[in-house]
Design a protein around this ligand. Structure first.
Ligand SMILES: [Zn+2]
Length: 365
């Protein structure tokens, strides 16, 4: 064992024994998880307290479950210049109706989207039951469907969220989904879909993993039987987009291929029924501010704003700071080890991403 290994081993033991102590003894012992740098740059800072243009948050969830919490959320939205929030409930049946009444009873700022009823997946009655439930939700007032999610084994979000089961169903190109997805087009309900996860989660968890801290938390085991990798999943999604040209899809989180803008642009070019939401991917995309800004400029008619995070002034404020300002090299307790960079999007792009594209999607249906 050489000296370096002995030192590292000692450091690990020291950390394990220490109560909650920050290691300051140097690069041989400081763990990446404890790395908490403070920017030294004397640069102007900007902290927009609200969105520059009235915003529609196209990707949120029922984070608040009681009247007081929802009323507080409404005040936060007013302070932040957010005019509407799409609540992806994942839910169907009675649960969707309960959430619908709870949220819309308090404020018209909330628009409720339902999930699919997948409880009878794999049985002969599946299609009929799921279609009946979709009709019920639509009649109740569901304006879209969300969030569906496939991290490699098939759609699992609706089941997981509504029934506590994690058993996945099929990929979105599975014929069993055909009538449901067609019906969404007929009802004018856009479908929000989460495909895969950021690329770091698929890479080996070693010293070369560029997004190690997040990969450690969300790693995807490609040895799982039948699991598809990110690009294979996108292929299944593209088949689904081809099958249902009259249904509008919003791929959450840039389809998780924000590390490969050329490919992402090609996917958008191939499918006019596809939009992207930027929810919860600012930390990832602001690592490459110039390439990201170029992508926003080029596809400014195809990206909508979303948050997908617990609502609060701090959360919204970080969105405004990254999208609107040109602040450089700042930290905000992010789960990555790199500094954040403002994208400084132009007014024209912001207006479309915050607002106009969302209106366009809903009006065109
Ligand atoms: Zn989400």
């Amino acid at each position: 064992m050489n000296k370096r290994i002995i030192l590292s081993a000692f450091a690990l033991i020291a950390v394990a024994c220490a109560p909650k102590q920050v290691q300051t003894s140097g690069p041989e012992s400081l763990l990446l998880k404890d790395y908490d740098p403070v920017s030294v740059f004397k640069l102007p800072e900007h902290h927009p307290s609200q969105a520059k243009f009235s915003a529609i948050d196209m990707h949120s969830h029922p984070f608040e479950q009681d009247e007081a919490g929802i009323k507080e959320w409404v005040k936060t939205l007013e302070r932040n210049n957010v005019e509407k929030v799409i609540i992806n409930t994942y839910a169907c049946g009675d649960e969707f109706e309960r959430l619908y009444d709870l949220y819309t009873g308090i404020s018209d700022k909330f628009e409720m989207w339902c999930g699919f009823d997948l409880t009878t997946w794999g049985t002969p009655e599946f299609e009929e039951k799921a279609l009946a439930d979709l009709e019920r939700c639509w009649k109740k007032g569901a304006k879209g469907v969300g969030e569906l999610g496939d991290k490699g084994l098939g759609e699992a979000y609706c089941l997981r969220a509504s029934y506590g089961k994690a058993t996945p169903t099929g990929h979105l190109n599975d014929p069993a989904f055909d009538k449901l997805l067609e019906k969404c087009g007929e009802y004018g309900m856009p479908v929000n879909v989460h495909i895969g996860d950021p690329i770091w989660m698929y890479e080996p968890l070693d010293e070369h993993n560029d997004g190690y801290m997040n990969a450690g938390m969300w790693a995807i085991d490609l040895n799982t039987p039948d699991i598809l990798d990110l690009y294979e999943l996108v292929e299944t999604f593209e088949e689904c987009l081809n099958k249902h040209p009259k249904t509008t899809f919003i791929a959450a989180h840039f389809i998780n291929v924000h590390h490969d803008y050329e490919f992402l642009g090609q996917v958008l070019d191939r499918h006019s029924n596809l939009y992207l939401d930027n929810a919860a991917r600012h930390l990832e995309t602001c690592a490459t501010p110039r390439a990201t800004k170029k992508f926003y400029e080029k596809y400014q008619d195809r990206i909508v704003f979303g948050t997908d995070n617990n609502p609060g002034d701090r959360m919204y404020g970080l969105n405004w700071r990254i999208l609107e300002t040109e602040d450089e090299h700042f930290y905000a307790n992010s789960s990555y080890h790199w500094p954040l960079m403002g994208l400084g999007l132009t007014d024209e792009v912001l207006q479309k991403v915050y607002h106009d594209n969302a209106v366009k999607i809903r009006e065109s249906l």
